[in-house]
Design a protein around this ligand. Structure first.
Ligand SMILES: [Zn+2]
Length: 170
């Protein structure tokens, strides 16, 4: 997770000119109350890591799934009224012994106005669903495709062909 970790007391200085200041304040304050780790990157975008016991079931790309990773865009960005969510993974950095967090595949985007708890509940609910066929197969049965997409075993070949077309990563 890039960015500087902040405390609830430091939140105000980062939302000063945000167009959705009230919504961001409410959302992130609730995230702090829920024990989330919040950081801010150099563009003023928030990263919120929330550990979710129900999601700690498997490894993803060799890392442990710990819960959800949300990002809220800073001022001057589009869609900064949404919380963009991913599966959050963690690993222990060998040399420092520090727990490092990163994002796995995307889950979905939720309006800040729905609040933190709704976003968490919806992301737990949607995390194990294949977005191509809508089947609930569980996180452990989804495969990573493209940068941040996921597909079930049945949809994987077609999804891979569709998303990972020649030169897709350029
Ligand atoms: Zn599918």
């Amino acid at each position: 997770m890039d960015g500087k970790r902040i405390t609830v007391d430091e939140l105000e200085e980062y939302i000063e000119d945000h167009p959705y200041k009230e919504l961001v304040r409410e959302f992130i304050t609730t995230a702090f109350t829920a024990g989330a780790i919040v950081s801010v990157d150099r563009n003023g975008c928030f990263r919120v890591i929330t550990k979710v016991p129900q999601m700690e079931c498997i490894k993803f790309n060799g890392n442990d799934i710990v819960g959800t990773y949300m990002s809220i865009h800073g001022k001057g960005f589009s869609h900064n009224d949404l919380a963009h969510t991913w599966i959050a993974t963690s690993y222990i950095h060998g040399q420092t012994g520090e727990e490092i967090f990163s994002d796995g595949f995307a889950i979905g985007d939720f309006p800040l106005s729905d609040g933190f708890w709704n976003a968490i509940h919806k992301s737990i609910d949607l995390a194990g669903i294949c977005p191509f066929c809508g089947k609930r197969v569980g996180i452990e049965n989804l495969k990573h495709v493209g940068f941040a997409d996921k597909a079930c075993e049945d949809c994987y070949p077609a999804a891979k062909k569709k998303i990972e077309f020649p030169g897709w990563y350029n």
